[in-house]
Design a protein around this ligand. Structure first.
Ligand code: SF4
Length: 372
């Protein structure tokens, strides 16, 4: 959100938020970058202020994800963040979303080398050329603490997403700074984890010093084979065991939720996840896949999605934002079956590299893609 939030991406560019496709630009048209520019320069830039003034009055194309959700009466991030942090243009960011780098121990099918270093070799095999990773090293050239220290004290919310934040030392350093300087008791955190890294008692103790910690576990299926295909090469049993440990040992400040990135591979097993979150009394954050567009769930036939989703009993689910109703309406608004061939080619190529088999793992998807 341009009036309250600032995102630093894995390549060091700045954006209004994690869903926007925009990078803030200087007057000469070049993009700001954390390696060369200060947070103040970006925050006070004409471009950032122009965005903040425009966001409520016009449909900025790079914010399409939120506008599309709002058209279907969904609770978009734009509205969610405005409700939480207001829509007044602030002197400093009220929330900071810092993506330190793309270090990750997984190469999820929906991801790419931009957010996961483990993706490099598969990318090269898919494309026939190497991924240029030179842009994803700002963390080695920037003193993170020095860059952010004056903003941390004004930030009510800190967000840490992928790569995998729990593998990145700077993430722990910032949390320690907030605790040691006494500001953590007034701060909230939101973090995603892929669940493969066991959360230590020391980290749980650090979390207990914050006002609130929204800890989101990215679990895209509770069917082992489906999960392990999508979140390659994670081990489902380890992830669930790590989750159970946190459920049993978390301090009161930690609220656990499952982030289920809804896409063409898992839309037809979302009912299993609904049962799982009900059993464990976890919040459910439905994240509608934005990119890659050829894995979007609305490539599948409308009637199949609507009939399936309508059959699910989601009474008492603790949703964190988007609900199953949003999915039904979103699907009606935006069918993309013209991308089915691209999805089939992509999964087939990936299977050849990874020795996986989407046809075996997702039989209903196979049936649909057989026609393409
Ligand atoms: S865990 Fe997150 S960053 Fe890592 S590969 Fe998966 S989606 Fe990408």
């Amino acid at each position: 959100m341009p009036y309250t939030n600032l995102e630093v991406r894995t390549d060091g560019t700045f954006s209004p938020c994690c869903l926007s496709t925009y990078s803030y630009k200087k007057e000469d048209g070049t993009t700001y970058n954390i390696e060369t520019d200060s947070v103040t320069e970006v925050w006070e830039s004409a471009d950032r202020i122009k965005h903040a003034n425009a966001i409520d009055n016009s449909e900025i194309a790079t914010c399409n994800h939120c506008w599309n959700i709002e058209k279907t009466q969904g609770y978009s991030k734009r509205i969610f963040e405005s409700d939480k942090r207001g829509s007044v243009i602030n002197d400093t960011p009220r929330s900071l979303d810092i993506k330190f780098n793309n270090v990750c121990n997984l190469k999820c099918v929906i991801c790419s080398p931009i957010n996961s270093s483990l993706w490099y070799s598969d990318y090269e095999k898919l494309k026939g050329y190497k991924f240029d990773n030179s842009k994803y090293k700002w963390i080695h050239h920037v003193d993170v603490y020095d860059k952010f220290k004056i903003y941390l004290q004004h930030a009510e919310l800190l967000e840490f997403y992928g790569g995998e934040p729990l593998l990145i030392k700077n993430h722990y350093d910032i949390l320690k700074h907030c605790v040691d300087s006494g500001i953590s008791k007034d701060q909230k955190i939101r973090t995603n984890t892929n669940g493969t890294v066991k959360i230590t008692d020391e980290l749980l103790d650090t979390y207990s010093k914050f006002k609130y910690v929204g800890l989101n576990w990215s679990i895209d299926s509770v069917i082992k084979e489906e999960f392990e295909y999508q979140r390659y090469p994670a081990n489902f049993d380890n992830v669930i065991s790590n989750l159970q440990y946190v459920i049993q040992n978390k301090p009161d400040s930690v609220a656990l939720s499952i982030t289920y990135t809804v896409n063409a591979m898992n839309i037809l097993s979302i009912g299993e996840m609904i049962k799982f979150v009900k059993t464990h009394k976890l919040f459910l954050h439905l994240n509608l896949l934005n990119w890659p567009n050829f894995l979007n769930f609305n490539i599948l036939p409308k009637s199949q999605i609507v009939n399936y989703v309508s059959s699910i009993d989601d009474a008492d689910v603790l949703y964190n934002g988007i609900t199953l109703d949003t999915i039904k309406q979103y699907h009606e608004s935006d069918n993309r079956d013209y991308l089915a061939g691209k999805m089939k080619d992509y999964l087939t190529s990936l299977d050849a590299i990874r020795k996986t088999d989407f046809k075996k793992t997702f039989p209903k998807l196979k049936e649909f893609l057989d026609d393409y």
